[in-house]
Design a protein around this ligand. Sequence first.
Ligand SMILES: [Zn+2]
Length: 338
Amino acid sequence: MVFPFSAIIGQDEMIDALIIAAIEPRLSGVLIFGDRGTGKSTAVRALASLLPDMPAVVGCAYGCDPGDTAAFCAECRARQAAGTLQAGRAAVPVVDLPLGATEDRVVGALNLERALADGVKLFEPGLLARAHRGFLYIDEVNLLEDHIVDLLLDVSASGENVVEREGLSLRHPARFVLVGSGNPEEGELRPQLLDRFGLCVEVKTPTAIDTRIAIVRRRDEYDHDPAGFCQSWQAADAALREKILAAKDYLPSLVVSDDAMKLAARLCMALGTDGLRGELTLMRAARALAAFEHADEVTATHLARMAPSALRHRLRRDPLDESLAGVRVERAVAEIFA
Ligand SMILES: [Zn+2]
């Protein structure tokens, strides 16, 4: 039984970022920096279990969407041609990518048992296949080996896992929301990887006494009676689920005005972010927030609220300004949006 998402308190920035990433999957992920024991993994699992089951082909290892025939894996194309395709439903997957996972485990590999016993070349899908249409969670992402990072960068950019090895040659869809957590003090993240995460949030152990007490009490209540606790949060979770689904529906009709785009551009120029990905991400995140609030348009307030998480990991080091990246973003927002 998963801790209810709406029962999480004290980590508003992380909660907002996860909701925004669920509404707008093109943001391609959330990076969570911060202390251990601040509920990062709990929050990701809670969000996934809050989301409704998704339509999925029965028996497909990749969880293909029956409604999206263009993105079918080879097996589902064959099922469709043979008229044996069966539509069902599956829970949104959350897949853990553990440190030290081998490339075989991540991308999938030849099923050796079948190869040796029957001489059949059968593909054993890996973690990327299981994460398709869900979340791929990497704890301590900054400690991940370089070749796995490269692989993830390729797959998350293309949405496809291409396997060309051991006499196997196949490709399957692999689109997922990447959620990484880590502690920047324990190892640098490569800029290419940082850039891949749409949003980046910082979580801290709460310092307000009331918040600490509330968190501890809730955790204690949950551990004492998980079923009863979840029951008492069911209505709140259901309401949040409806709000997220409504935002997904509403999102495409929200237009971002030139004025809002100008503000985003001026902010990114003032901060000296590289390229245009900062603006694109900020625009998408602010639009998703506006959709979540069912606002008529994207306003400066939406941009200001999403700016720290959309931009803090895209700033260049400034030797004259050692303040935290999030603080630099907030300062620039205050100047430009004044
Ligand atoms: Zn399939």
